[in-house]
Design a binder for this molecule. Structure first.
Ligand SMILES: Nc1ncnc2c1ncn2[C@@H]1O[C@H](COP(=O)(O)OP(=O)(O)O)[C@@H](O)[C@H]1O
Ligand SMILES: [Mg+2]
Length: 334
């Protein structure tokens, strides 16, 4: 039964708990970079998230706790655009790198990754996610006011570009030129607000649609990164659970189809090309980068992803649809 004086003090000071009240913190599992709890308050349950300085992953990987504030800023920016599609921030204690948000009951809000793994695959849900991501990107594109709130290129470099793209470049010297150029180009782009971790483990499947959590990698840069990050997860799922291949690939196509019409800030084809390039690179990064997906342990699976991803990096299809088709063919030929 954890009790935390700093958290209690923040909750009391913010008026979420009465001055003399105490509460029990119930840990929520699944995260690697933060302490996340829920607790009962007189006005109902809330969720507390505090950033940790060291991520709980195999490699030693430190991340400045200031990222907590940028998660809050992302949530506050996205909320008016997508309503209950993201938690509402109830309170921030920036000095303590923690914030309080609305809590979504796990009884009615399953983690999408678990649903996908269990083969309970709602293709339309992926479409709602794509539309929601599109609303956020479209609503934030071309805004210097929003860009100024996210001076996080160095954080994004440390949390995303280096561990995924540059680390993979170091391990694949023959592809290093392409991967480094991709990382450099991405780092230099300032197009819209990026979530940075659109992964099924950070998405809840609720009765009112998707809820997108965990915006610690928030950055003003290339929205194609979010599309690519989520696409990568959906492309890797068939390697993990081949029985559901068709439903995963259909979910991916539905996600793309729902996202695409939101792209009004630039030609759709331009975004698609960058998303395809990033997806190919991230597929390889998820076996050979600093943060490999935990569900591909079998060396044969990893070798398959490595080979297919390397081919897609060497010759990247011009669109996500073509990339998905090439991946589907590789899966069939396995
Ligand atoms: N507001 C919330 N309501 C309900 N569950 C949540 C909420 N925020 C986080 N969680 C749960 O806690 C897990 C970890 O939270 P997350 O923000 O992803 O932290 P981390 O950065 O450590 O991954 C999530 O996968 C989700 O299951
Ligand atoms: Mg998470």
């Amino acid at each position: 039964m954890p009790h935390d004086a700093v958290i209690m003090q923040t909750l009391r000071a913010g008026g979420l708990l009465p001055p003399d009240a105490d509460a029990v913190l119930e840990p929520l599992t699944g995260g690697v970079s933060s302490e996340v709890y829920w607790l009962e308050t007189p006005n109902g349950p809330v969720c507390v998230k505090r950033a940790l300085g060291k991520l709980r992953v195999a490699a030693d990987w430190r991340a400045p706790v200031e990222r907590s504030h940028f998660e809050v800023a992302w949530l506050r920016t996205a909320r008016p655009l997508v309503g209950k599609g993201v938690p509402e921030v109830l309170l921030e204690d920036r000095d303590a790198s923690l914030f309080v948000m609305t809590f979504f009951d796990p009884a009615t809000h399953a983690v999408w990754k678990s649903e996908l793994a269990a083969g309970r695959i709602d293709v339309a849900f992926a479409g709602r996610l794509g539309a929601m991501l599109g609303r956020i990107h479209a609503g934030c594109a071309g805004s210097s006011e929003i860009a100024e709130q996210f001076p996080t290129t160095a954080l994004f470099e440390d949390l995303r570009l280096d561990p995924y793209l540059r680390e993979t470049a170091r391990r694949h010297p023959d592809l290093a030129g392409r991967l480094t150029a991709l990382a450099d180009r991405t780092a230099a782009s300032r197009i819209s607000l990026v979530h940075g971790d659109v992964s099924p483990k950070n998405i809840l499947q609720g009765p009112e649609g998707p809820v997108l959590l965990d915006a610690e990698c928030a950055w003003y840069g290339d929205p194609a990164f979010d599309v690519a990050f989520c696409s990568t997860h959906l492309l890797l799922k068939p390697v993990w659970k081949p029985a559901h291949t068709a439903a995963y690939l259909e979910s991916l196509a539905t996600f793309h189809a729902a996202y695409r019409p939101a792209v009004g800030w630039e030609p759709q084809a331009a975004l698609e090309t960058r998303a395809a390039e990033l997806t190919a690179a991230l597929l390889l990064a998820r076996v050979d980068g600093k943060s490999p997906v935990e569900y591909l342990q079998d060396e044969a699976d990893r070798a398959f992803v490595r080979g297919a991803a390397r081919r897609l990096i060497a010759e990247t299809p011009a669109s996500l649809g073509e990339l998905a088709q090439a991946w589907a063919r590789a899966l069939e030929e396995r």
